[in-house]
Design a protein around this ligand. Sequence first.
Ligand SMILES: Cc1cc2nc3c(=O)[nH]c(=O)nc-3n(C[C@H](O)[C@H](O)[C@H](O)COP(=O)(O)O)c2cc1C
Length: 201
Amino acid sequence: MDAENLYQEAITTFRALLDDATRAGDPEPTATTLSTVRANGRVASRMVLLKAVDERGFAFYTNYQSAKAEQIAAHPQAALCFLWKTLRGGSGVQVRVEGNIELTTATESDAYFASRARDSQIGAWASAQSQTLPSREAFYERIAEFEKKFEGGPVPRPPHWGGYRLVPDLIEFWYGQRARLHERDRYELRDGRWSKRMLYP
Ligand SMILES: Cc1cc2nc3c(=O)[nH]c(=O)nc-3n(C[C@H](O)[C@H](O)[C@H](O)COP(=O)(O)O)c2cc1C
């Protein structure tokens, strides 16, 4: 298989597993751990929801003034880690993705923001994500403020809210097997060419 088709194979495999996990009743199949690096080199992880995946990469949405955004600005690289425990008869499948991070286009961010529930849209305006919140009331007041501001009309996308896309240079599938004979398939981009190899589990 040539190098470009290997990348297609990895993306197709990812999508098929995500579909399988969804069908198998995984409670949050798009949930993934996102790891980023602080300016001082220390790693930070948190969950996000994957909102799109295709040959361009893996897209998620967040606040562009959050701690993670600050970290991405300092180091535009990240890692994702998915776990679908319901697959392979309960032994699970893990997918690790690493690569560079870029912004989604404003058009993409607008389209996704417009598809969100109104409460979530208001929340994106009201939440100064990762900043100190003096009291819950302060947050409720901001929600009420933006509900009033946008009353009777559409909620536009806040300028500080949008997407990132992780452009992969590594995708690894870990398939759980009985008796610990787990399988690992690693796809890697090196010197502009994708390769695939197995790893000891
Ligand atoms: C299951 C789950 C999904 C989440 N999805 C998102 C998401 O898609 N975008 C987001 O900004 N935060 C999401 N969060 C909240 C983040 O984990 C995190 O608390 C927030 O983004 C602030 O992180 P930061 O301070 O490192 O920037 C999610 C949390 C959980 C538990």
